[in-house]
Write a protein of this length. Structure first.
Length: 430
């Protein structure tokens, strides 16, 4: 447990940050407001661990919010980065690595024939929606409550992630005229989607997280994704999978491979950059060729295809081609999930454990969570108390009830068992 002097180092940095950065952080969830704490400032990371400015070490279950599936500073990724760095940091021109990475993405993701590199998940989703509108000649987008697709204006309607954490439904600054072009309905509710199509003839696309990670981890019902595919086909709309979290994590080919669904467009990020800022969107060739300069749908970015991000992404994705990687990731996830469920069976405190390969959430509620509405029944105060206890005992868990935790291949059995022990102790104190 960090002592008082050590805590003050992060605290002092936070106080300085608040003078020059809004809220003291560059992304809202990092503020730890929802859990009654202040941010822990990280100095370095390796493997499954984070090391803060005070010298304390934590088992990391944030994993930079997803990309560190192989852990921090994997030697092959670092070697690729060091080699690329010797040749420069940015060219503003094509480089060989972006072609290689695009080829590997198209080879691995089952429904991507062409891909365009961008710099973030937000860029990917914004660009995919613009492309869908152009392809269908329609304007309205259908999304799901609690799904977060970045901070583009079209997506900040009943969004998850930081908005859910801060108790916000929408964001000021989004013009009503733009918000009206977004319909948001309950996840896992096909009837609501059918009703939306019946009432709105101008739906260009459905965009969703096929496995929700931004309202906590919420799994799709067996018929849900298949039903969406059928509805999009019937109504001449595109199906867009936001696999920024799930791509190359829940399986080698993402959620679309895991659930055997064929989206028209796929958005990627995080993992395909090996930890560097990157994103991508791809899909059917006839749709993607509408993008400039092949077509007239404009999208550009000076740093797109950045040689450092491409090199790191290539190194990581090549390792992820091995089935053994996912067996290890699944084994680690199951070990943690089974241990947490065992606590649940021995305690009367209401928790639900949801998991899929590489992702996990402990919901502080009595009933299974199937959508944002049931997620909001969680006892966030109890979660906050447990979170603070975990941090004090060397476990860095996402500082929000409405964010998924991420596993890596390098979490050891001892790491996982220590985490289970910390959860059990925290729940016992509640």
């Amino acid at each position: 447990m960090p002592d008082t002097i050590q805590i003050k180092k992060s605290h002092r940095l936070f106080e300085r940050a608040k003078q020059v950065i809004p809220g003291g952080v560059n992304s809202p969830v990092r503020s730890c407001l929802a859990v009654g704490g202040t941010p822990t400032f990280i100095k370095s990371a390796d493997g499954a661990y984070l090391h803060d400015v005070d010298g304390d070490t934590y088992i990391d279950y944030v994993g930079s919010w997803g990309p560190m599936v192989l852990g921090h500073r994997h030697p092959h990724v670092m070697e690729a980065l060091e080699h690329a760095l010797q040749h420069g940091t940015s060219y503003g021109a094509p480089c060989p690595a972006e072609v290689e990475l695009a080829e590997l993405v198209c080879k691995t993701m089952p429904n991507i024939e062409m891909v365009r590199m961008v710099n973030s998940g937000t860029e990917a989703t914004m660009s995919a929606v613009r492309l869908a509108r152009a392809y269908t000649n329609k304007s309205t987008i259908l999304k799901f409550n609690g799904c977060y697709h970045g901070h583009g204006d079209s997506f900040l309607v009943e969004a998850g992630s930081g908005l859910a954490t801060l108790g916000l439904a929408n964001s000021p600054g989004v013009p009503e005229s733009i918000a009206k072009l977004t319909i948001s309905v309950s996840y896992n509710n096909l009837d609501a989607v059918k009703k939306a199509f019946a009432e709105h003839k101008d739906i260009a696309a459905i965009i969703l997280e096929p496995v929700v990670g931004n309202a906590g981890l919420i799994l799709p019902k067996p018929e849900f994704l298949e039903g969406l595919r059928e509805l999009c086909t019937t109504n001449d709309a595109l199906l867009i999978f936001d696999e920024v979290m799930t791509g190359f994590r829940v399986s080698k080919g993402g959620a679309q491979e895991l659930y055997k669904i064929k989206p028209d467009l796929t958005c990627l990020g995080k993992i395909i950059g090996g930890g560097l800022p990157v994103g991508a969107y791809g899909g059917k060739k006839e749709i993607m060729e509408m993008i400039a300069p092949s077509g007239k749908v404009y999208q550009a970015g000076t740093l797109s295809g950045n040689p450092l991000a491409m090199a790191a992404g290539l190194a990581q994705l090549r390792i992820l081609q091995s089935p053994l990687t996912y067996k290890m990731l699944e084994s680690n996830t199951n070990r943690l999930a089974d241990g947490l469920k065992a606590i649940k069976s021995n305690k009367k405190f209401p928790i639900q454990v949801a998991h899929v390969t590489g992702m996990i959430t402990v919901f502080f509620t009595k009933e299974p969570v199937i959508d944002l509405e049931t997620a909001k029944t969680c006892d966030t105060e109890a979660f906050a108390k447990v979170w603070r206890h975990l941090l004090q005992n060397g476990v860095y868990w996402p500082p929000s009830q409405f964010e998924a935790a991420f596993m890596s291949t390098v979490h050891s059995k001892q790491d996982i068992d220590k985490t289970i022990e910390a959860f059990e102790k925290a729940l016992g104190e509640l």
